[in-house]
Design a protein around this ligand. Structure first.
Ligand code: UDP
Length: 242
């Protein structure tokens, strides 16, 4: 979408004052819901997301069961009140797509063979949305899975980079997403470096793509440290009580 909005000012600062390689403010809390096996509340800029993990439990309907391994069933939902124009409640094409790509990303890190015929259900609820909710949701899901004690090769993490006014920048905000030239959400397994999710909206040259990918991956490593801190601080507080 074209606009007259200036997304980068003369001194190289973005609309919210960030430098090109700066993330929005991120806050992560593990274990916020008592009924879920594992959960996470995450704020990323003005995005507010909850992830809740249930299971492993018998996959229902039974025809979805795999006798050799578990399935990960992620369900991304955006609350009607999470966006400026009220969103019609219930699943739509966008939320089905996001649920599918997040499920596939999580299946690459969960050790699925340990739970034949089971389903690991990951509910992601977006309470407040301001661009980058799939990355925020996947990152929260990673913490919630770890909090649930689900065996994984690693804690998955996501971050996006994009292009605004000809420049590659980290973690697009709302106006940047609306009026920028491209958005590249990426999820990785930080330990192995494997890419778990890669999507692209807009146009990038090969050079720009490589630069954006490197920047998004470096953002993932920064967010990964915050995930670990959130999990550590939950378990440290449990130890203090005991
Ligand atoms: N959005 C909206 N209404 C919708 C869907 C999306 O206002 O029905 C906004 C919301 O702020 C979201 C942003 O558009 O975060 C970008 O959506 P996109 O599909 O690119 O996914 P995201 O960047 O959130 O992963």
């Amino acid at each position: 979408m074209k606009s007259d909005i200036k997304l980068i000012d003369g001194s190289g600062k973005r609309l919210d004052g960030r430098t090109p390689d700066e993330l929005r403010k991120i806050k992560i809390e593990a274990g916020v819901l008592h009924r879920a096996e594992g959960s996470c509340y995450l704020e990323w800029g003005n995005n507010k997301v909850i992830a809740a993990v249930y299971g492993p439990r018998e996959a229902i309907p039974r025809h979805t069961q795999n006798p050799l391994r578990a399935i990960v069933n992620a369900r991304y939902n955006m609350a009607a009140f999470s966006v400026d124009d009220r969103k019609r409640p219930g699943p739509d094409r966008r939320s089905r797509e996001i649920s599918k790509v997040i499920s596939e990303a999580l299946e690459k890190v969960v050790i699925m063979e340990q739970f034949p015929r089971a389903s690991i259900d990951v509910n992601i609820e977006v309470l407040d949305a301001e661009a980058g909710t799939r990355c925020a949701g996947l990152t929260a899901a990673g913490v919630a899975l770890a909090d649930a004690g689900i065996p994984m090769i690693d804690i998955p993490v996501a971050c996006a980079a994009g292009k605004i006014e000809g420049q590659i920048v980290l973690d697009l905000g709302k106006e940047e997403d609306n009026f920028g030239a491209a958005d590249l959400p990426v999820a990785i397994s930080p330990r192995t470096g494997e890419i778990l999710l890669l999507q692209m909206d807009g146009h990038l040259t090969l050079d720009e793509f490589n630069k954006a990918l490197d920047l998004a991956i470096s953002g993932c490593y920064t967010v990964s440290e915050l995930q670990k801190k959130a999990l550590l601080s939950k378990y440290e507080s449990i130890m203090e009580v005991k």
